[in-house]
Ligand binder design. Structure first.
Ligand code: FES
Length: 179
């Protein structure tokens, strides 16, 4: 294993950037924690750069980072299960069970071919990128996140705004503890 290992959220894609050869974290990155601790718990949340709540997940040897609150209605994704749908690893939001791919932040849903046909036939489709994904870098066992600063609007951005924090977040339902 190399001294530094960079994990990308597009690991299964051929467009994944090659691992960096530097032994220091990217200049705009933020320290999240030790990899061993994240592996142990499987997930960690952190307020990054004083402005963004980020969820970092460890799944099948890969680190992923995404906005912490679900693009649908602000659900607490850190309490979601990870499951595979159509061969793609997803976090399943604990609030209304939306499925979000770990690598790209796409919302997946089951489309129906012909709603009048019996039995109904369904297949998985993507709604496109709904959850903002951030870049994860590991250097010497330390995990860093570089915020995705793309100006393209992504639906999960709504739940990172000051208005949401100040007005809506205090009123949101408390997450149920996992059994
Ligand atoms: S808030 Fe996540 S599915 Fe509704």
């Amino acid at each position: 294993m190399s001294f530094e290992e960079e994990t990308s959220q597009t690991s299964s894609s051929s467009s994944s950037p090659p691992p960096s050869s530097s032994s220091s974290p990217p200049s705009a990155s933020h320290f999240i924690g030790r990899k061993e601790d994240i592996v142990k718990t499987g997930r960690v949340t952190k307020l990054v750069n004083g402005c963004r709540d980020v969820l970092v997940l460890y799944h099948q040897g890969q680190l992923h980072a995404m906005d912490m609150r679900c693009y649908h209605s602000g659900g607490a994704l850190q309490y979601g299960d990870i499951e595979e749908f159509n061969g793609r690893a997803c976090i399943v939001c604990p609030w209304h069970k939306y499925k979000i791919t770990l690598a790209e932040g796409e919302g997946l849903y089951q489309a129906v071919d012909d709603p009048t046909a019996r039995p109904l036939r369904t297949h998985w489709r993507s709604k496109g990128v709904k959850q903002r994904i951030h870049k994860v870098t590991e250097v010497n066992g330390d995990v860093y996140v570089t915020l995705n600063n793309s100006s393209e609007a992504i639906e999960s951005d709504v739940y990172q705004t000051e208005k949401y924090r100040a007005v809506l977040l205090p009123a949101e339902p408390k997450p149920k503890p996992k059994k």
